[in-house]
Structure formats: structure tokens, C-alpha cells
Design a protein around this ligand. Structure first.
Ligand code: UN1
Length: 496
């Protein structure tokens, strides 16, 4: 069967990798369905693109920010028009159910409107000078060429969190999408070009981490790196960036806890647990992967949760009624399967699922059953390590102090959910849960773009996407204007 070929998007034009190498992108729900052949790029493509992005920066930085923002407003409207097609392409290339890929495109639309609004703010600070007839202010200036390395699980939303604030701030960008999802990023960036982003301002280079990511990180003219992915890879990137004193924003793993207190609305908590654990087939950094249950409701919750999980329809996410799509690739399936083996060996009790689905409609895809482990304790590996699949652990506790201790007993700190009707307990949880995001009576997934997104401990390195992203994509410049017409010496002439 013939399939389309896709190149890199450099200087506004599609072009193959300089080496001519390609890789295949396949549908995880049906491996016989080939989405296309994409450029497998390397350092030569990166070097060429950095030169182009540098050149583009010379003029892009001078476009007034409100004008840059107008392009984003246009892009938002185009994304609205193209939403259905882009969602279908996304489900086909990475498997999420269509309702969720529509949500992914919607997140990019929301981000575009949000950040475009910032184009008329980009506030700096004016402050009085200590000297007379002298004016002092600080302005935000762009960094230059920024490199971005994006994951496959939110292949349009996460690139939009990176590209849009970088653009409105006046940077030029080179983005490397995950090899499982190049099409969605190409769809996004083509839309930006159609909206009026000039050639060379945003460039897409597809391929593999070691071949594209590493040269991008190491290139001296790439002024900053934004990465979303695993903590393992993030640590390597951070060390590499440190060698070049390069700012790096890292958004990494999670092992997110949902706490259900004895007074919680159990039906609401069940809805949240199901959505948080098995939405996106558990492949979100915000996914619920530990459910902490107060002893007095644990049995009722567990019975109902398992019964509902067993009823979730697994299948091709493009079909109506499917609730859980495939995992993105074989390697993710292997991780889920290996963690199931680890959990069993540690003494956890398999309550449902636990296996890859291989027969009948599942024969040509990478499907894994929604899986629940009971009897988990906080020191088991299944309670501490990220699985990034439809696998969730149930842990029991007796007091709020114990629940918070268990929730915090991990190396990650992205998202947390706390279910209670008691306002005192809710505020205690808000204060004490070590996480970048805490939800009260809502699941661990579903962050909105205009709030800070990011985590503590090994989830991140202090930066935030959404609110706060402009702090990463700009740097401060202090400006003094002396209109006294004489030499004024700070710290000296105003001493007496
Ligand atoms: C991710 O999984 O990397 O909050 C991002 C959420 C989504 C974003 C998830 N808005 O679940």
C-alpha cells in the first residue's frame, strides 16, 4: 500500500532529511495502517535549521508583540476550523480516543487565545531610580533560538505550551516532536504558517532523540531548551545543558495520588478515579496512578471501582463507545507488563486486568487491559515508580496525616487529588501535599492552560508552563535613562 511522505518543516518549506533517511509512523490500534514515512534527521539538519532560525530571529524580534499575538489569534481560529481533522489524525497516530484528541487540539486553541492576550501585556516593571532625573525600568527581551523536545502523549497541546509563549515573546523555535507523533506537530506548525508566522520562525525537525535532540541541545546558538518527557532523559538533558550554561525547562514524570477520605462523595470519587487512571490509557504525566483509600470506605470503593474498570471498552479510539485506546507502542506495553510482574512479585493483589490484549480486534495493535492492584503499600515499586500505562494501585490509610505522608513518599510531585467534604481537611491537603497541582474533589488530570503547570521534586526543575511560561521564554533587561545631563554616580552621589 502506498503511503504519504513527510519532510521536515524548515524555513516554511517541507524538505527531506539531508541524509534521505526516513522512519515509519504507524497506527497503534492497527499496525497495518501506516500514517506515513517521516524524515529521520540528524545533526546536519539541525545545524542548517539553527542558521535559518537565527536569521529569522533578527526580524521576528522586532515585530511588535501585539502583532505577533495577532498571528496567534488567527492560528487559534484556524485550529478551531481544523479541529476535527487534526483530532482524527492524532487518534490515528497515537491512539487516544477521539473525544480526548479533540480535547488535545482544544488545549492548543485555549493556549493560543491565552498567550495571544499576553502580547498586549508582556509587562515589565518601572521603578523609581535612587538618583534625580533618572528613569529606571526593566523590560522582557527574547532569548533567540529556542529548542523544544516534545512528548507523544499530548502531541499538539504540549508543543503549543512551548511554541506559543516563545513566539509571542519574540523567539524563533526549532521543535522536535516525539517519533510516535510527528504528524500532529506538523499539523500545528503548518497552521501557524497559514496564520502568518514568517518562514524560519518555527521549524520542525523530526527524528530520534539521540540524532536530533542531542545536537539541538548542544548547539551553541540554541539559547534555551524546553523538554517534556521522562525524568531519566530530563536528567541527561539538564546535565548537557549545564555544560553550556543553557537554561532548560523540564517537565517530567509523575506518580500522582488521589486521596479518598471517609466523608467523600464516593460516586464522584469513583468517576474521578476512572477518568484519572484510565483516561489517555493512563499515559499522562498527570494520570492517577495511586489511589489512597480511607479504611472505612476502602472495600466499597474497591468493589465498585473494579466492577466499573472491567466494563471499560478497550479498542480503536476512533470508534464510538471506546473508552480506552491502545498504548502508543510496544515498548510502553512492555513497561506495563513488567510493572504488573513486579507488583505481583512484591505481593500486591491483581484485582483486574494485568495483561496485553492480543486476540480478535486487538490482534494488530498494542492494547493493555485496565489494571488495578490492591493491597499495595507505600514502599513497593508499583507505588513509587511511574508506569505510564493503564495500571493503578490502591493503598489504604487510617488518618489524614498518614494519607499525606503516603502521598508525599515518592520522588515525584506533579498532581494530586483530594476528595472530602470537610473544608478543614481540604485546606490541610492543599497546604501539605507536595505537588505542583492539587485538586479538591476533582481528578488528577485536566489542568487548564492559564494556570501554572509543572511539578516539584523530580517532576521538574522549577519552571512552569502556562502561567509562568513567559518567565522562561524571556530574560530581563534593566534599562536606565538619565536625563540630568550630568554624570550621576549610583551608590555615591546620593549618599549625603
Ligand atoms: C501531560 O500528561 O504531560 O492536566 C500533560 C492534564 C492535561 C495535560 C497533561 N491538561 O492532564
Amino acid at each position: 500500500m502506498s503511503h504519504p511522505k513527510f519532510g521536515n518543516l524548515i524555513n516554511g518549506k517541507e524538505q527531506p532529511a539531508k541524509s534521505g533517511a526516513t522512519f515509519f509512523n504507524i497506527n497503534p490500534a492497527d499496525h497495518r495502517d501506516i500514517i506515513g514515512e517521516f524524515a529521520a534527521s540528524n545533526g546536519d539538519d539541525v545545524n542548517q535549521t539553527v542558521e535559518i532560525a537565527k536569521k529569522a530571529f533578527a526580524s521576528w524580534r522586532l515585530v511588535p508583540a501585539p502583532k505577533r499575538a495577532e498571528i496567534l489569534f488567527r492560528a487559534a481560529n484556524l485550529l478551531v476550523e481544523r479541529k476535527e481533522q487534526f483530532a482524527r489524525d492524532m487518534t490515528r497516530e497515537m491512539g487516544k480516543v477521539i473525544a480526548e484528541t479533540r480535547g488535545d487540539v482544544q488545549e492548543a486553541i485555549d493556549e493560543a487565545f491565552y498567550v495571544a492576550g499576553e502580547g498586549r501585556r508582556l509587562f515589565g516593571v518601572t521603578t523609581p531610580s535612587e538618583l534625580p532625573n533618572k528613569f529606571a525600568m526593566s523590560i522582557r527581551v527574547p532569548l533567540g533560538v529556542v529548542g523544544m523536545i516534545a512528548p507523544w502523549n499530548f502531541p499538539m497541546a504540549i508543543p503549543s505550551w512551548k511554541l506559543f509563549p516563545a513566539l509571542v515573546a519574540g523567539n524563533t523555535c526549532i521543535i522536535k516532536p516525539a517519533q510516535d507523533t510527528p504528524l500532529s506537530t506538523l499539523n500545528l506548525v503548518r497552521t501557524l504558517m497559514d496564520a502568518g508566522v514568517p518562514p524560519g520562525v518555527v521549524n520542525v525537525i523530526t527524528g530520534f532523540g539521540s540524532k536530533v535532540g542531542t545536537p539541538l541541545i548542544e548547539h551553541p546558538d540554541v539559547r534555551a531548551i524546553s523538554f517534556t518527557g521522562s525524568s531519566e532523559v530530563g536528567s541527561i538533558i539538564a546535565q548537557n545543558c549545564a555544560k553550556h550554561f543553557k537554561p532548560v525547562s523540564l517537565e517530567m514524570g509523575g506518580k500522582n495520588a488521589m486521596v479518598v477520605m471517609d466523608d467523600a462523595n464516593l460516586d464522584l470519587a469513583l468517576d474521578g478515579a476512572l477518568w484519572g487512571s484510565f483516561g489517555t490509557t493512563g499515559q499522562r504525566c498527570t494520570a492517577t496512578s495511586r489511589i489512597l483509600l480511607h479504611k472505612s470506605i476502602a472495600k466499597e470503593f474497591t468493589d465498585k471501582f473494579v466492577a466499573r474498570a472491567k466494563k471499560l471498552k478497550v479498542g480503536n479510539g476512533i470508534e464510538v463507545g471506546i473508552k480506552v485506546g491502545p498504548q502508543v507502542n510496544e515498548s510502553q506495553i512492555e513497561t506495563s507488563a513488567s510493572y504488573c510482574a513486579i507488583a505481583l512479585a512484591e505481593g500486591a493483589k491483581l484485582l483486574c486486568g494485568g495483561h496485553q490484549l492480543k486476540d480478535g480486534p486487538y490482534a494488530h495493535g498494542t492494547f493493555f487491559e485496565p489494571t488495578i492492584f490492591g493491597g499495595v503499600t507505600k514502599n513497593m515499586r508499583i507505588a513509587k515508580e511511574e508506569v505510564f500505562g493503564p495500571v493503578v494501585s490502591l493503598i489504604e490509610f487510617s488518618t489524614i496525616e498518614e494519607a499525606i505522608d503516603i502521598a508525599n513518599s515518592i520522588d515525584y510531585g506533579l498532581s494530586t487529588a483530594f476528595y472530602t467534604k470537610n473544608v478543614n481537611q481540604a485546606f490541610t491537603a492543599i497546604r501539605d501535599l507536595e505537588a505542583g497541582i492539587t485538586y479538591i474533589n476533582a481528578p488528577t488530570i485536566g489542568a487548564e492552560v492559564h494556570l501554572p503547570f509543572g511539578g516539584v521534586k523530580q517532576t521538574g526543575n522549577g519552571h512552569r508552563e502556562g502561567l509562568g511560561s513567559l518567565d522562561f521564554y524571556t530574560q530581563w533587561k534593566a534599562v536606565y535613562v538619565d536625563y540630568s545631563d550630568k554624570l550621576q554616580r549610583a551608590q555615591i552621589d546620593n549618599a549625603e
